[in-house]
Design a protein around this ligand. Structure first.
Ligand code: NOJ
Length: 485
């Protein structure tokens, strides 16, 4: 398809950027003032953003006193990552962050969700801080603010200091406390310019993939009791982190998680199936979002875990459920449910069929309804008052055309369908306030290395050249017009 699009019809890469920028600014003026609101509009002030994470883009793993993380160790273990790729250089963002901020500026995003590498700030996880490490993020924050982009850091996006892993990692009760100390220290130093922080990214992913399935760092395949304890420590770290940030940061600093809940979509949108999907949401997220929102492990979770249940105290449950200012949720794939009439638990999962559409990775099943039901469940089940979609996007079989542009129409189609469902949620009054597209640019996709590309910008990893894809032009229009295009 790309080959049939000529330079004349869409322009060169530079031409494409110019076309988008011109259409965006020219279109935005009359749109935002005189146009009638239509069914595709997002609420005024909607926070459009992009997202990345430290180990996936920064590189510079040995610079300015950074300590090793579990992902350095894991990626340097042969056979763990596709093509044995590592994050040693990644997108070289550590040296190119100013250029990357300009990419964001050209998109018109109002906010950027990045993560802070704990081993840059505390190379040994605890003990002596490394001021040069935090300094990098301080400069990034300044650069973002100078370009009118709100910096919203995530304090943990999976790069645990290796020194802490050597002392048990998330299995150790000391790790949540070390996280809180690091979170408080960091928030105290950035909150003069940063008003919102996310605590941990996707606890469900780094625990399940790293401690149960062994396919992410630290590569463990632990028995259920130990996985449950590691889970408990992750949610406890979130709660302790919330409290530490509140205690250390400037008054009014706001904080919440960035979790990937299992999003239970009712296959048929009738009250009984919706009810089943709500019950399923509470139970399938019992070890993560449910305990964070309710301060309890459900009876279903405890019964299923039996003797393998985590050890916990009532005081810890209260800490885990520390009130948050907003809830962040990463949305990619739904799980689908119907009501089950043959007794408890009252819901049944409907598996994906062999022909269900998916994107470039096997797990990336297409299910735009997740974008409606995820936020709606957060609001209806747990009363969340401010919700941010902290990630959404896809990898696709991106190939630059002869003119250098990636005409990623699959991604455009995917984004349009998900954003349509997000708009539906906002139109029905679900309090979704922000959306952070994953990702600003192609980057180190964990065990998939650099071969899975999620970016709005194509990255040539040999030259570090960033080139906007067609999806970047699409997203720029969405932002400029504040509506699904
Ligand atoms: C979730 C993770 O937070 C992010 O690091 C990852 O790259 C994307 N999903 C895509 O898999």
């Amino acid at each position: 398809m790309a080959a049939r699009i000529t330079r004349r019809s869409l322009g060169t890469v530079a031409g494409l950027a110019a076309l988008g920028a011109a259409a965006g600014t020219a279109g935005a003026q009359p749109d935002s003032t005189s146009r009638d609101r239509t069914a595709r509009d997002f609420p005024e002030g909607f926070l459009w953003g992009t997202a990345t994470s430290s180990y996936q883009i920064e590189g510079a793993v040995n610079e300015d006193g950074r300590g090793p993380s579990v992902w350095d160790s894991f990626s340097h273990t042969p056979g763990k990552i596709r093509s044995n790729h590592t994050g040693d250089v990644a997108n070289d963002h550590y040296h190119r962050f100013k250029e990357d901020v300009q990419l964001m500026k050209a998109l018109g995003v109002r906010a950027y969700r990045f993560s802070i590498a704990w081993p840059r700030v505390f190379p040994q996880g605890t003990g002596a801080p490394n001021p040069k490490g935090l300094d990098f993020y301080s400069r990034l924050v300044d650069e973002l603010l100078a370009n009118g982009i709100e910096p919203i850091p995530t304090l943990y996006h999976w790069d645990l200091p290796q020194a802490l892993q050597d002392r048990g990692g998330w299995e150790s009760p000391d790790t949540p406390r070390a996280f809180a100390d690091y979170a408080g220290y960091t928030a105290a130093r950035l909150s003069d310019r940063v008003g919102r922080f996310f605590t941990l990214n996707e606890m469900a992913a780094f625990i399940e993939l790293g401690y149960a399935l062994g396919i992410h760092a630290p590569g463990l395949k632990l028995p259920p009791a130990r996985v449950n304890q590691a889970r408990h420590h992750a949610v406890l770290a979130h709660g302790l982190g919330v409290q530490a940030i509140r205690a250390a940061a400037r008054a009014g600093t706001r904080v919440g998680p960035a979790e990937n809940i299992s999003i239970c979509v009712p296959v048929i949108e009738t009250p009984e199936h919706i009810r089943a999907a709500e019950l399923a949401t509470r139970e399938t997220n019992a070890g993560y979002m449910t305990v964070m929102m309710e301060g309890l492990y459900t009876n279903g979770f405890l019964a299923a875990a039996g003797a393998d249940a985590p050890k916990f105290t009532a005081e810890e449950l209260a800490i885990i459920a520390s009130p948050v200012d907003f809830v962040g949720v990463n949305i990619y794939v739904p799980t689908r449910y119907v009501r089950a009439i043959d007794g408890p638990p009252g819901f049944a999962e409907v598996p994906f069929s062999r022909t269900h559409p998916k994107m470039e990775l096997d797990w990336l099943r297409v299910g735009p309804e997740a974008m409606y039901w995820g936020p709606r469940h957060l609001s209806r089940i747990w009363g969340a008052k401010e919700i941010h979609v902290t990630e959404n996007g896809c990898s696709a079989a991106d190939q630059p055309a002869p003119d250098g542009t990636v005409y990623d129409t699959d991604r455009v189609m995917y984004l349009r369908s998900y954003l349509t469902q997000l708009q539906r949620a906002t139109a029905e009054g679900v309090p979704v306030r922000g959306y952070f597209l994953w990702s600003l640019m192609d980057n180190f996709e964990w065990a998939e290395g650099y071969e899975s590309r999620f970016g709005l910008h194509h990255v040539d990893f040999a030259t570090q050249k960033r080139t906007p894809k067609l999806s970047a032009a699409f997203y720029r229009e969405v932002i400029a017009r504040n509506r699904v295009m």
